[in-house]
Design a protein around this ligand. Structure first.
Ligand code: AMP
Ligand code: GLY
Length: 459
């Protein structure tokens, strides 16, 4: 799998030069803090630690798999403790902070760290509203002329029930604020839509329950598009497709994501460029118009409808497990690119190399996920990571004796790359067979859209 853009020829084995700058002369961050404790943050830490010139990566708080990643250390500080994170960065002379999850971004962690003088990749609380308020994001989209489903906001139960009557077909009901992926109901009928409205205003989603959006139901395949933004310009990453449902055949309740693959062939070439021009660029412009200097990931969840791509949601961070899927495809310039975004000047970074080929990711979850899950089971892994096979822990922890135990719904991600999706998924599932814990649960059909169906066994 040759990279689409060759690395500079005069690099040392790891690409760095003696003064810590990279072969093209641009200097990158040497000491990086990644904030968060999931598979996404382990994948980010892993990818950044491989970049030339990077000396140390801390992941706070990290998880049971963090210490096993070359160049990464877990730092036991909760992601919402801005004061402690700032102090840890000062002590360690951190020169770039990358914030993984949406909750600390929406709570203003990036603002706090920036005010403390740090370069931070991740939007402030103002920009994070793109994800933290569906209503705010819809208003911005309408103003900027971005293709999205028609909607109406409602601030109380009566208003919402009244508005519901104007819909000919059952709408999608979306609680306004962050609801850990549980605030959206794609109603099958009006009764379900009514029940979802009642649920939102009964406070099921806490702070997310003050208002909601009713939205026209669209149909079509979904694709995730990611841009790395410095507030003005952006670098596009390969597209990815996530598998949200727990069950094979995309059935059963929604989850955070049971697997993913990249790039998604459904959206490529000119069609992807059109999304950059019609969705991402105008969104950044609309943010700027509101005085928002958006430095971080802009993640558009699109539905490819019969009339073209429509934005279903924006997120202010990498998707999980899309991040685990994408990181192995990104080149050694990643640390420089994220630092340049954090400093508001992407032109200071070299172009980001994107490796050709396919990446496949399968999530292993604990029994019971996405409901109440088993915890505390030992995780045993005989998987040997290679250049084309990675294991990223998510819901795991170490006990006092250093044993790795399950500690959450999505326990780990196995990711593999190859020239084609069949080989990539074969490799990922082969890796997964080397990992064991009681109650391990995973879908066997991740990537069914891009894999050749297995031949029927002979009768
Ligand atoms: P969201 O949290 O906004 O991404 O919504 C979660 C999921 O709900 C999406 O991934 C879609 O599968 C579905 N969804 C959201 N909005 C719509 C819509 N307008 N039409 C159909 N499905 C939707
Ligand atoms: N995998 C979907 C998300 O991170 O929102």
């Amino acid at each position: 799998m040759p990279p689409t853009q060759a690395p500079a020829a005069d690099s040392t084995p790891n690409g760095s030069t003696s003064n810590g700058s990279t072969p093209n002369g641009a200097s990158g961050p040497a000491r990086i803090l990644v904030v968060g404790g999931g598979g996404r943050e382990n994948a980010l830490g892993w990818a950044l630690a491989r970049c030339p010139g990077v000396e140390a990566v801390w992941i706070a708080p990290g998880n049971g798999g963090t210490a096993a990643l070359e160049g990464c250390q877990a730092l036991p500080i909760p992601e919402q403790d801005g004061e402690a994170l700032l102090e840890a960065c000062r002590q360690r002379r951190v020169d770039l902070v990358v914030v993984g999850p949406e909750a600390p971004l929406a709570a203003g962690l990036a603002d706090q760290l920036r005010a403390g003088g740090l370069a931070v990749f991740g939007p402030g609380a103002d920009g994070a509203q793109l994800e933290a308020s569906k209503r705010w994001a819809k208003e911005l989209m309408v103003e900027a002329g971005i293709p999205t489903a028609r909607h109406c906001p409602a601030s109380n139960r009566e208003e919402a029930l009244e508005l519901l009557q104007r819909f000919d077909r059952p709408p999608v009901v979306k609680a306004d604020g962050l609801a850990a992926g549980k605030g959206v109901t794609v109603a099958a009928d009006m009764a379900e839509a009514r029940a979802a409205i009642e649920e939102v205003f009964a406070g099921r989603f806490g702070a997310a329950g003050c208002s909601l959006v009713l939205e026209e139901t669209l149909s079509g395949p979904e694709v995730s598009v990611f841009g790395l933004s410095d507030g003005r310009d952006l670098v596009l990453l390969p597209t990815a497709q996530d598998h949200k449902r727990i069950g094979e055949g995309d059935t059963g309740p929604n989850t955070g994501g049971m697997g993913a693959y990249a790039p998604a062939p459904l959206l490529a070439g000119d069609a992807l460029e059109a999304v950059r021009q019609r969705v991402l660029v105008p969104t950044l412009a609309a943010l700027r118009q509101r005085g928002i200097d958006y430095r971080g990931v802009i993640y558009a969840g699109l539905m490819l409808t019969a009339t073209g791509p429509q934005v279903i949601e924006f997120n202010c961070r990498f998707g999980d497990p899309e991040c685990e899927t994408l990181m192995p495809l990104l080149g050694p310039e990643l640390a420089q690119v994220l630092l340049a975004c954090a400093r508001g000047d992407l032109s200071a970074a070299p172009p980001l190399t994107i490796q050709a080929g396919c990446s496949a990711c399968v999530i292993a979850a604990a029994a019971g996920y996405p409901g109440e899950v088993r915890r505390g089971d030992p995780i045993r892994s005989d998987l040997v990571a290679t250049d084309s096979l990675q294991l990223f822990h998510a819901g795991s922890r170490r006990d006092r004796d250093g044993r790795c135990l399950t500690a959450g719904g999505r326990v780990l991600a196995v990711v593999a790359q190859a020239d084609d999706f069949d080989t990539a998924f074969e490799r990922a599932y082969g890796g997964l067979a080397q990992v064991h814990f009681e109650g391990i649960t995973y879908r066997r059909d991740i990537g069914h859209q891009v894999r050749r169906p297995s031949p029927e066994p002979a009768a």
